[in-house]
Design a protein around this ligand. Structure first.
Ligand code: ADP
Length: 240
């Protein structure tokens, strides 16, 4: 299997803080990686660096063997679902408009239809996005990220306000994208049970990477899970 992603000695310093400290890991093509870590662990910094939004880092990031600082070829292979998609509630865009915006090349209506169906939002295609529930909106932004047939899908924390039924649907969609379409998935989540169920690899991040490996190994190691939980709890107390 190819290395879809290869991160070596990634360090990111902000004026007051080292957000990432010597982080290295590999994601094989077809893997489903869950990234877990408390608030402030550096997850967004990691994604921003992978997406080319933050270029001030030490170390290297490669997609399919290509250093992202040397080649932009990888770019079209990445689909990204942001944590809180920003849009104007009253902007008169419909679901299919938003998905179409994801296309890099000229509009391919068949592809848009196919994706809308796959994400269970085809019936909503003419609805304005301001009218959607959190779960529906989440699927619209996944559709937008998938419309170019990326090989890698990166998802930051899911949208808030997503009801239980939509969460289940979201999980089954991710599972299908990974197992049937062989899309490599990198997903940051606070939901340990969901990561345990869906991901085959886990990266546990808290500025440094304190675990990376098979999810079975992580979840069967009580000491590791406890270490993660304590780190999250400390962050939680810190923020309240
Ligand atoms: P996470 O996504 O895991 O919550 P972040 O990557 O957002 O973590 O943040 C990691 C740390 O870096 C935090 O302490 C945060 O305050 C700090 N940080 C994030 N972005 C910036 C920035 N642009 N400038 C300065 N500090 C930042």
């Amino acid at each position: 299997m190819l290395n879809a992603v290869e991160i070596s000695h990634l360090t990111v310093k902000y004026p007051d803080i080292k957000a990432l400290d010597d982080v290295s890991f590999v994601v094989k093509e077809g893997d489903f990686l869950g990234i877990i870590g408390p608030n402030g662990a550096g997850k967004s910094t990691l994604f921003d660096s992978m997406l080319g939004l933050n270029t001030k880092y030490d170390g290297t990031i490669k997609f399919f063997g290509q250093d992202i600082k040397k080649s932009k070829k990888y770019h079209k292979e990445i689909g990204y679902v942001p944590q809180n998609p920003v849009f104007e509630k009253n902007f008169p865009a419909t679901v299919s408009d938003v998905v179409r915006m994801g296309l890099r090349t000229e509009s391919d209506e068949n592809k848009i239809d196919e994706i809308l169906q796959q994400l269970w939002i085809h019936e909503l295609r003419n609805r304005r996005i301001g009218e959607l529930s959190g779960g529906q909106l989440q699927r619209v932004f996944i559709a937008k990220a998938l419309v170019n047939n990326p090989k890698i899908l990166i998802l930051d924390e899911p949208v808030t306000g997503v009801d239980q039924q939509s969460i289940e649907l979201f999980f089954s969609i991710l599972k299908e994208l990974n197992s049937k379409q062989k899309i490599t998935i990198i997903w940051s989540s606070h939901d340990l049970d969901a990561v345990n169920k869906l991901a085959n690899h886990v990266a546990c991040l808290n500025r440094t990477l304190f675990f990376h490996g098979e999810s079975e190994k992580f979840f069967s190691d009580d000491a590791l899970v406890k270490q993660y939980s304590e780190a999250s709890m400390q962050e939680h107390m810190h923020h309240h």
